[in-house]
Write a protein that binds this ligand. Structure first.
Ligand SMILES: [Zn+2]
Length: 358
């Protein structure tokens, strides 16, 4: 914003001049300030990546085990995430180069626990060379091409042959993708205690990650959001998918700390969801179906009602959208009943399918 020199502005300046600080503060030189800025950038990226990996480890169990409920919205799932320097704004490139050793090549950022990629012995830090003999590109648009190629090759769920560089030597890795819901799970860098689903994506905010006490709590929220998508509470066709997984995010973390709005993927997704509350009926369905998904993924569902109670107490801006999550007594009773229903089926060895209306 440009300042115009109004009389008021000049008066303010004069007043400010009279009220000068009285003490001598330490001298701060540019070199130490820059070093501190760099340190903070490193911490931001490290903190973000550590939360991102936790979220992917939990989500992968949910999107794969819940795939029966996702109808035709399924895809092949590998279980790895990658990154390169192009995901970052120029101001962040130095840190990503010096601290994380990134350049224009795509490097494995994370191998998800118990995923097909882990079984195939793909390693963090491996550099992607080729996928089914297709040479992995670098440069502008390369992330979109790579995401598209990986999706295409995974469709048939047959082994995908990859070549990677590890410590300068080429290794062959053969990953057999598994079926999963075709929803990407993202971590938004904001400090908000929130999460939402837009029909195609699931977004969990960092503020909520900090609030989770256990993996079960994280799983509960991701399952609930997956249920919104699986039950088509929003028409996915009306929403833009974020291509390339983590790329939008990297721009956004840079933006969040630099205080600049980049119109990153999350800003866009988030803006699209603002004021878009689900009806109480849809929220109840997301609770109900979500608990089935969570149980199928092998998480303990006993504390489900307890978590939502904790959210209700701690969070006036209820999860997903403002005041959309019913924090009524009925909600908690319904969740307890659902837990009983699922446990009953488990005891009988009955299939874990949500009950449809007659
Ligand atoms: Zn919801």
């Amino acid at each position: 914003m440009l300042l115009t020199k109004s009389p008021l502005f000049i008066v303010t300046l004069l007043l400010a001049a009279c009220a000068a600080p009285q003490t001598r503060t330490p001298n701060v030189n540019n070199e130490t300030t820059n070093a501190e800025a760099k340190k903070q950038q490193e911490l931001v990226v490290e903190d973000y990546m550590s939360n991102y990996k936790k979220l992917q480890n939990v989500s992968s169990r949910i999107i794969t085990n819940g795939s029966d409920l996702c109808g035709d919205k399924t895809a092949g799932y590998y279980g790895f995430n990658y990154w390169n320097q192009d995901g970052f704004k120029p101001a962040w490139k130095e840190v990503t180069k010096s601290k994380f050793n990134l350049d224009e090549h795509f490097k494995i950022l994370h191998v998800v626990e118990k995923s097909p990629a882990e079984k195939a012995a793909l390693k963090e830090g491996d550099v992607l060379v080729s996928i089914n003999h297709w040479l992995v590109p670098i440069g502008k648009e390369a992330d979109k091409q790579l995401a598209q190629k990986l999706a295409e090759q995974a469709k048939s769920l047959s082994p995908v042959e990859m070549a990677v560089l590890r410590d300068g030597t080429e290794h062959k890795v053969s990953i057999t993708p598994v079926k999963s819901c075709d929803f990407q799970v993202h971590l938004a860098p904001d400090d908000t205690k929130n999460a939402y689903a837009d029909g195609k994506n699931i977004v969990v905010y960092k503020g909520l990650m900090d609030f989770f006490k256990t993996d079960e709590e994280m799983a509960l929220v991701v399952s609930h959001e997956l249920a919104h998508n699986a039950m088509q509470h929003i028409d996915a066709k009306k929403k833009n998918a974020t291509a390339g997984g983590i790329f939008g995010l990297l721009l956004d973390i840079a933006a969040a700390t630099a205080g600049v709005n980049t119109n990153g993927d999350f800003s866009r997704l988030g803006a699209g969801m603002a004021g878009n509350a689900y009806s109480v009926e849809f929220e109840q369905e997301a609770d109900y179906v979500g608990l089935y998904v969570m149980q199928k993924a092998g998480f303990n569902i006993d504390n489900a009602a307890g978590f939502w109670r904790r959210m209700a107490i701690n969070n006036s801006q209820a999860i997903t959208t403002k005041s959309s999550h019913p924090t009524t007594p009925e909600r908690f009773v319904a969740i307890e009943e659902t837990v009983k229903e699922i446990k009953g089926k488990l005891e009988k060895g009955a299939p874990l399918n949500p009950e449809l209306k007659k």
